[in-house]
Write a protein that binds this ligand. Structure first.
Ligand code: ASP
Length: 300
């Protein structure tokens, strides 16, 4: 049982990526999202900001090797991992992102450091150097590459380069804190065997995430080339702004994907702390925790 506490209307929602995820991996994805809730929820209960909480939840998921973010990321065509991450604070509409970055253990921490700087988006070697200067931990390439992804890379690197293969484990978190502030974060290694330098929706504001206090915080997953064109997170934000509660907005947002025959998944928390999660893929692990006395909602 969760301890009772006085702060009202706090909500945390996390996801572990949408896609054609084999059933044999569902349990690990579920354990990962439950672990992220358990890790970050006490911070929310203790009155920490939604921004701190989504950063902590995504850090946990980046370190959890079942997901395509941080350790466990898909390996690009050239044989190394390139990481994209973003974070947004709905109070200030402030945002930070990194893309195509190597070796930094927790890309979402780098995105947070960018948010706190005078810049909003850093890429490649510049992002890495910035993160190192900010004191963030670096890991060798082998630390990121897990056996599952090495196998996948062996298979897909034999094929002709075509459209990126289906991604499968981007991570994200959205939260409403006890002061009503909203925040969102998203992190990914992108699709398997992507070309070096490829960037999808995850680090792009309005595409891979969006957050605005009293409206919504959103993190999405799916084929980045299509989700970016839809500005998917921002479109979903507009639904909530128009009066739709988060659960209905998540479902309605998924229906937008049909226009581009896209696939994906979305998590939302609205200004009142109502959560939503929806996807049109075979699977997406997600976890929802609220302080209303109801049990957690975890993807089956
Ligand atoms: N959206 C991510 C990307 O395209 C991948 C995913 O969500 O699975 O990089």
């Amino acid at each position: 049982m969760r301890p009772k506490h006085s702060s009202a209307g706090i909500t945390l929602v996390v996801h572990g990526g949408s896609g054609n995820i084999p059933e044999s991996e569902h349990a690990a994805h579920r354990e990962g999202v439950i672990g992220a809730l358990n890790h970050a929820w006490p911070m929310l209960q203790a009155g920490k900001s939604a921004l701190d909480v989504v950063e902590a939840a995504v850090c946990f998921l980046e370190d959890y090797p079942a997901f395509d973010a941080g350790r466990g990321s898909c390996i690009n065509r050239a044989g190394f991992v390139e990481l994209d991450a973003s974070i947004m604070d709905g109070s200030e509409l402030s945002y930070g992102a990194v893309a195509g970055m190597r070796s930094i253990r927790n890309p979402v921490r780098a995105a947070r450091k960018v948010l706190e700087s005078e810049y909003t988006f850093l890429v490649g070697e510049g992002a890495r150097e910035f993160a190192l200067d900010a004191g963030l931990e670096s890991c060798p390439e082998e630390w990121f590459q897990v056996e599952r992804e090495i196998q996948r890379w062996r298979e897909c690197s034999k094929e002709e380069p075509t459209a990126p293969a289906g991604p499968r484990g981007t991570v994200g978190a959205v939260a409403r804190d006890s002061n009503g502030r909203l925040a969102a974060a998203t992190s990914t290694g992108g699709p398997p065997c992507k070309p070096p330098g490829r960037v999808g929706d995850s680090p792009l504001i309005g595409a891979g995430l969006y957050a605005e206090d009293n409206v919504a915080a959103i993190s999405v997953t799916g084929r980045g080339e299509l989700l970016t064109r839809l500005l998917w997170s921002y479109r979903a934000t507009l639904l909530v702004q128009g009066g739709m509660p988060a659960p209905a907005a998540a479902e309605a947002a998924v229906s937008f994907l049909g226009r581009l025959k896209a696939y994906g998944g979305i998590i939302i928390v609205d200004g009142d702390g109502r959560p939503g999660a929806a996807f049109n893929t075979q699977y997406m692990a997600y976890g929802i925790r609220m302080d209303n006395g109801e049990p957690d909602r975890i993807s089956p």
